[in-house]
Design a protein around this ligand. Structure first.
Ligand code: G3P
Ligand code: MG
Length: 269
């Protein structure tokens, strides 16, 4: 239980993480996005997982289909067979026309083939928090059974995280919030989280120190300005999600595969 909990242990993940797989360069949450992240030298992808009406886990950020596919209406009202017929690519650009909505299991196998790590964000449709958490946790156990580096599971939904924890007691989990603070320690502790994932605009030196002193990793989303990445690196954040894959890979190449880092020892009183 709580295998990765001790924050001073080495950490298997890189600092720079490809947001939604391919950032700005590819249609989010698709196989093409994962390939794009890989081709830009990223070793870890973040993506969003929810369930179809027939409870198949798939990648999609929004609760409706309209923004990122040629379909309409709520995702959770469609079967996977229907979702798989949609075009999830041409909203981005013509060259991705026909890119399908992928199953979570297909993406996991694809990432294994690329040798990439994963941050699996559970993004449940309203009312399906527990079911989605349980299913994603269980799938993470099965799909990464033979992999040395396990996926980092995260969610804004505490109910989803609790359910995923029950299904996957040995996998690391992180709590997603907008504005982090001391109030989050109770829930982090109760769920055995390894990390807090927060909006970078609410992160400063004191905040990073506070969470590091309590052995929690600090992950920040979504950072698309190189100067801000530099600042956050100087603060010692542990993970930075970015859409600007090409730009950041050029400027911060050493952070694409800087795995195994420990949290710096807290300063002496
Ligand atoms: O997991 C980090 C980030 O992806 C959270 O926000 O809305 O892009 O899923 P969102
Ligand atoms: Mg996300």
């Amino acid at each position: 239980m709580n295998s990765g909990r001790s924050g001073t242990d080495s950490w298997p993940y890189p600092t720079l993480i490809a947001h939604r797989g391919g950032g700005i360069h590819a249609p989010e949450n698709t196989l093409a996005a994962m390939k794009t992240g890989y081709l830009h030298s990223y070793t870890m992808a973040e993506f969003d997982v929810k369930l179809s009406s027939d409870s198949v886990a798939l990648l999609m950020h929004d609760s409706t289909l309209d923004r990122t596919t040629n379909g309409h209406g709520p995702v959770m009202e469609k079967t996977m067979a229907v979702l798989e017929q949609l075009d999830a690519g041409s909203w981005h650009s013509e060259s991705f026309r026909g890119e399908p909505v992928p199953r979570f299991s297909t993406v996991a196998q694809y990432l294994h083939g690329l040798g990439m790590m994963a941050n699996v964000e559970i993004k449940p449709c309203a009312g399906r928090e527990v079911e989605t958490g349980r299913m994603v946790g269980s799938l993470c156990v099965d799909l990464w059974r033979d992999r040395f580096v396990k996926p980092l599971i995260s969610s804004f939904s505490v109910d989803s995280l609790v359910a995923s924890r029950e299904a996957a007691p040995d996998l690391p989990i992180g709590l997603l919030v907008r504005e982090p603070g001391k109030d989050h320690f109770a829930v982090l502790e109760s769920m055995g989280c390894v990390s807090i994932h927060c909006d970078h605009r609410f992160v400063d030196a004191g905040l990073v120190r506070l969470f590091h002193d309590h052995n929690y990793r600090v992950m920040v989303y979504t950072v698309n300005e190189p100067n801000r990445v530099s600042e956050l690196l100087a603060l010692g954040v542990d993970g930075i999600f970015t859409d600007q894959l090409e730009l950041m890979a050029k400027k911060f190449a050493q952070h694409l595969a800087d795995t195994g880092r420990k949290i710096a020892a807290p300063p002496m009183p």
